[in-house]
Design a protein around this ligand. Sequence first.
Ligand code: FE
Length: 305
Amino acid sequence: MKHQLLRSALMVSYLVLITSVFSFRALAQQKNGQEIQFSTTSYKEVLAAAKASHKKVFVDAFATWCAPCKELQQRTFKDPEAAAYFNKHFVNFSVDVEKNEGVELARTWQVDGLPALLILDENGRVLANHTGFVDGKGLIEFAGEAAGNTRSNRSHPASIRGHEHNPWYSNTDTTKLHVSNAAWKKVLSPDLYAVAREKDTERPFSGRYWKSTTRGTYYCAVCGNLLFRSDAKFASSCGWPSFYEPSRANAVHYQADDSFGTHRIEVLCGRCDSHLGHIFDDGPPPTHKRFCMNSVSLDFAPDKK
Ligand code: FE
């Protein structure tokens, strides 16, 4: 009887131990899935690991002073979808191009801008490269291009073309931004900075979009946030692009503007707080609102035919 009890107790302890080990492993895997896991070993060992596992190598070549490199590490590499994809399909290698073997590797890979993202085969041959910030979705797209083993050299995915030096620009990331005007000034054109960050107004009938009727989508020119669909655009005689409603409720936000001795409601981007224009009550149905926007604050992507 005593032996039986002892045996049962041992069995229960064993089961508890096994369950704990599996739970711990599941937890660790879940945690690992939340960001891209970079190898901390040497480049030689990375290639050996790639050979052994028949995987390609994903390289993040960075420098400590590079702000977009930090954005990649803090945002893109922590994108759960990108993390799951890269942890599954690649041996990931992060290297400082100004330190140790990174200096020579950057030369070999002909890195001419940062951050440099590379896909290598197991022999270290460059299959694809990309320079500049990219969001999680863009990173997966980029890696997908390399899957065919054809060498590609994309400066940037379509979503951020024209915004190569703006690490915060994304048409998909809706995370609220808190960026100083000093930082914005470094990446925006003077015209856009004056309107978006200093609340200037472009001259009426001067912008690109006031009379455009092309079907498509309007994004914030500062941060890429989705703002309006062309379906909500209407012909207005005011000389600025006008819409009767934003694409979604939190695409924009509002604040009182009592400048120039008049009371108006200012419209700001819901993601980056940039000035877009004003809202008035003389729009068409169904909302009877007129979102009177500055063209320079908008980026337009026509619908694909
Ligand atoms: Fe914005």
